[in-house]
Design a protein around this ligand. Sequence first.
Ligand code: BES
Ligand code: ZN
Length: 459
Amino acid sequence: MLRKPFLSMTLAASLTFGATVAFAQQPVEAKSNPSVQAFDNKIVKKINVDNIYNMIGLLSETPRVSGTIEEANTAQYIKDQLEGFGLKTEVQEFQFESWRPATDTSLSVNGQVLDYKPRTMTFTPSGDVTAPLAYAGLGTVAEAASAGLSGKIALIQRGSISFAEKVVNAYNNGAVGVIIYNNQGGDLNGTLGNAESGVLPAVGITLQQGNDLLAQLQQGEVTVNLKVVGAANEVVTSQNVIATKPATQKDTGDIIIISSHHDSVPLAPGANDNASGVAVTVEMARIFEDMPTDTELRFITFGSEEVGLVGSDYYARNLSAEEKARIKGVFNLDMVGSKDAGDLVMYTSDGQKNTVTDLTASAAARLSVLPAYGGETRSDHHSFWLQGIPAALYIHSPLEPWYHTPQDTLDKISKEKLLDVAQIVGAAVYQAARPDTPALQRSKVAPREIEYEDQVPSL
Ligand code: BES
Ligand code: ZN
């Protein structure tokens, strides 16, 4: 076990990635209480870090992108491993709408290709339309109705209503494509907000370019070719893998979840993000499988995390109220083994401590590793927090430079880091799950709905 100095307040405060604030915990003296550590040893001595490392090697042979056959194969492989330990295991399939970005866009006027670099609106479909241009002002219901848009490509200015409303209004009046131009300096990267509004090929251009097109239109008819290649709104199928270890004695009705995501971003082998979390989750399943517990343990790997926490959101939303109330903590492992990242950190969605961080702090004090904690919503713990369930993310901070790159490979993985995380999570979970501790008190963390901010403007 690594002995680490306690994180200073200033370091902990610099550990957040978002707008939230990190807090350092009060330094806790490492207690050498042999009887308590003997309990930890019952579980931590079972960890075999080579199992973890080897599984990362296997999983990171290929990217595991949301909705692909590689992701589905990964889920099946994880299921087989968990089943091999004798656990009841299921693959939970789910579907969702996803937008595939365009590979190319172009605009031509009267047969001349313009060097405009039009930006696709997120959720635009692809298309190749040639039609006269028609100006429709801000594209309001009234303006779209009186602009003679039938069979035309609509030229619309940004402002006052959303891009989606402009596109839908143009569509309702028979337009075949939409060009929206900016009302301020710079490129216009926008979103239609959802697939339902992706009814016409729609691109954004600059204010200058829009004014040029408008000036040409005032001289006479302008025929435009608008091309959007490769974009599509499609229904994607993905999977969560869920293994359950029931309580063996004095069942308290409590449930503790250890989770991670098994998908990766395109082109990234995702050894650290997040084969590392999956491999630790699977090793936890192996070592807990035959342990007496008064708490049900669930080992879950989620699909489609990288495209918006989709798998965990599906799982957490579909829990019954009764199940939600029984889940006392979610230990979510995401990026837990990079040589080139900083120290272990726990993040909760609101930056407040909860049952999971408390259990960890207590295990950490015994093991002399003290992670800081802070606020971060960019992983699957957040889906549980939105349902009022105490959850925390385990990650190292600062991040390694290989994050979301093709260089996120096995050679960047540290066995020491993996072992540290496995020991601390194992000890914390065992403290709550073993039969000789009283049932946990329900966490006091207040659930609060929060909205994701759009990555790109919709207005
Ligand atoms: N492993 C990252 C999460 C992460 C990165 C958490 C850095 C904290 C700091 C995760 O797989 C990821 O990349 N998440 C997405 C966000 C999600 C809501 C789509 C991201 O950060 O782009
Ligand atoms: Zn991740």
